[in-house]
Design a protein around this ligand. Sequence first.
Ligand code: ATP
Length: 758
Amino acid sequence: MYLKHVSINGFKSFAKKSELEFSSPITAIVGPNGSGKSNVAESFRFVLGEQSAKGLRAKRGADLIFNGSESVSRGNKATVSIILDNTKRIFPYDFDEITLERTVYRDGKNEYVINGSKVLLKDVQELLSCANIGPTGHHIISQGEADRILSANSKERREMIEDALGLKVFQYKKNEAEKKLKKTRENIEKVQSLRREVAPHLKFLERQVKKIERSIKLREELVAVYSEYLKREDTYIAYHCDRLKLERQEPARKLEILKKQLIHAKEVLAESETDAKSKELVALEEQISTVRSERQTLLRKSGQLEGQVSFLERRIRQAQEKSRSESDAPVPIGEVKKVLSAIETQVDKALQSDDVAYLQRALSDVVHTFKKFIQNISGTATIDTSSEEEELKAIAEELRETEKDIADVSAKEESLTAQYNELKETIEAESKESREAEREVFRLVGEQRECENTLNRIDAELSALERDRQEFKRELQEAVTLIGSAASRYFGFQIVQDGKEVTTEEIALEDRSRQRQRQRELEKMKIRLEELGGVNEDIEKEYKEVKERDEFLIREIADLETSVEKLEKLIGELTDQLDEQFVTGIDKIGAEFNRFFTLMFGGGQAKLLRVKPKIKHKKKAQDEFGNEVEVQEEVEDQEAQEGIELQVKLPNKKVNGLDMLSGGERALTSIALIFAMSQINPPLFIILDETDAALDEANSRRYGDMIEALAQKSQLILITHNRETMSRAGILYGVTMAGDGVSKLLSVKFDEALAVAK
Ligand code: ATP
């Protein structure tokens, strides 16, 4: 016996614990109307996991708990447990017995226990599906329910038959796979939406990181260009400074000597010539010397001013270049839209007016708005150089003044020199004796002038170099700000050209315009670097994190897609298996159905037909007047799963529709089908609740014979009032209900059973 024992406690009318042992293939439960027999059948449905309250004749979970009577108080919970034999390991548990227990509480909460361990409903269903005990309950036929299989629609009938064929395991697996597939697809959608959400941010970060990378690269390039520039500049300045200082020594020394010689020569001349002209000549000579030194001072000043002018001009040019590059910057579309909408509003207003003066005003307003917009966007791109320009103006003015002074002083020098030459000629003519001394003075003056010219040239070059040195220092400071300590290591930088290190002489003698070109290149790089912005480690870190997360999501989608593929394959296989086994199962049940049917009716014919469900379909047709009308027709839904229809023919009767059968004939037909279903894949047990109620004596006997045949394969529990059925049972239980409204179970003998049943 597979079903060994049932214990009902607090379930419906069974207020107290009642137990049944099933030691015979056929057990009959008898008792008067309303004593609680059907409650026993329902207790099986309950413990096997029935979820429909209606299937248990209740509205809610609490209706399943003993509700109390006048003398017995109501219970808080209902528990039913059954013991199933597992010596043949029908269930995948390594125990000889399986105890299944379900409890419902008043709040509707349910608890399931398998062999003492709390489990979920899903586990119970999975366990029972192994023994072909499915949820449609084809093995528990409630009172009046035998007819259910006849009144069900073709789809419901298919489900019952699938259940009976033991296809529920596949169906269950298929449903699980479909649920998983749905969930997986939802997950893919979720992950994809996560990716979509983060995509714009990732793109933004990507652009930022690319900018940072470009900035890093440009900075590296800048280090190299800067190092070469600084090294060349420093080398050039040092080399030429040394050279000029050396070059200056000789003329300076010579000038000192000449000055002394000239003082001496003048004294000699003064001694030889005491007349006024000679004194005038000496005075003139002194004036010339003063004016000349004044001119030198002015020349030096003008040199410095020129340096400042060129420095300021370069600063202004750089700023303008930068402005130019920024003026190419895109104007935000929002700004353009704003100005467009302002203009549209002005134009709309103007168009509504007929006043010409108003239109003119509106036109000038439009022009004004647009000019303001242009002014605004150009304003953002212009770098203010006004202070530099003002300074430049002042210095240029000073330079002009100085040049004017130089011209004045030069003119004065020229006029003094002319006076001097004139006087000298006069004196020469007048005094031949003093000529010697004079010649000496002239020679010395000439040589002194030559020396001074040389020194002036050298000094001018030195002061130009000094300006370069100041500029170099400023550049070095800027380099330190921009490229850090790498700037101060410029001197160790190796300048290589054509595979050879460039020598100090090559640097010093290079055309200066090349170095100016390098300087311009540097300025451009600095502007580009400023535009790119600095290195932001937070952005890089965030980009790495967001990117890693995105890659993780991509992998997740790939994994999920693989799962989808596998699940689709599994569902396909299960569907094929189900279809194949269903088709062969239907053929077998059909044959058995016909056998039981003909046996019960002593002839006739019964068939199972696989049909596609019908759907309503609208089509166009023509009425008798030829008008086009829409008509409805029923067509087979080719996409849908096949359902099952019954076709019966009674012997000697022209009855072939189920609706035309009498109550007893319907009962026999449904019993024939239920029995046929039980033959192909016999369930462990079958509970039949008054299935035999409508049978007359002759049919009751046939029913009894078939029950015995059925009991060969399945254990039977029969709730009956039928004497014939009782006579076939090995064990009889009586259910009684006394005035306390509580059902009681007791084992009875056949004669007692007959009495109890009444
Ligand atoms: P019949 O032979 O007429 O079909 P039966 O023996 O199958 O009768 P049941 O339908 O099993 O009788 O039992 C019905 C009885 O159970 C009723 O008296 C009903 O009041 C009682 N009952 C049902 N639910 C509860 C409940 N929650 N608490 C107490 N009694 C209940």
